[in-house]
Design a protein around this ligand. Sequence first.
Ligand code: HEC
Length: 200
Amino acid sequence: MKRTFYMAAICLAVTYAACTSNDSSKSTAENDTSVKVTKEDKVKRGEYLVSVIGCGDCHTPKIMTPQGPAPDMERFLSGYNAEIPLGAYDTAIANSGRWVLMAGDLTAAAGPWGVSFASNLTPDGTGLGNWSYDAFRRAMREGKYKGIENSRPLLPPMPWFNFKNMTDDDLESIYEYLKTIKPVKNLVPQAIINMPPQQS
Ligand code: HEC
């Protein structure tokens, strides 16, 4: 009888210890995750976000392959290739407001606003090389060209008004990732502006 009592007491003690130690390790683990997110984790998350959001659909030039157009990984996220002339397009259609014309590789778009060229997002000086995180956040959240407070609004089709709801963590992850990709020297032409979108 006495033995059973001891056994039960030991069991209880062990269970209690297990519970409390579990609890404390859990709360430390929880606390730790916010501290322990390394730069590497952020870069990985950024890479994932950039690929599933499809920033490259507009920001990466394409090359033609037997399977159709594919991203040109040599120029990954480097924007409209400044060495390729825009070529002629029907401005009457572009200005009509009923159609938007896109370059075959989706890095330039003509519409009632004028012509926009997808920016160079690589860490070269002609891209985001000298951008602070603050500037990046302002471009992505407030749609400001170059991320400068009083600059012009970003033109279509850059969907910053969707990106503005991204969490700080996600935005930082994208920024950190973009700093790790291959720098590509490419000074994207200035946009041709007919009618800037309404300032918001
Ligand atoms: C549907 C096409 C499209 C997609 C998708 C897109 N962008 Fe853009 N982005 C553009 C265009 C076009 C511009 C240039 C707009 C302008 O000149 O006003 C631009 C501009 C930018 C700028 C501002 C650059 C500058 O010099 O001011 C940043 C930063 C940017 N994009 C980041 C991203 C990121 C990061 C993603 C993915 C999360 C993304 N974009 C997805 C089309 C797109």
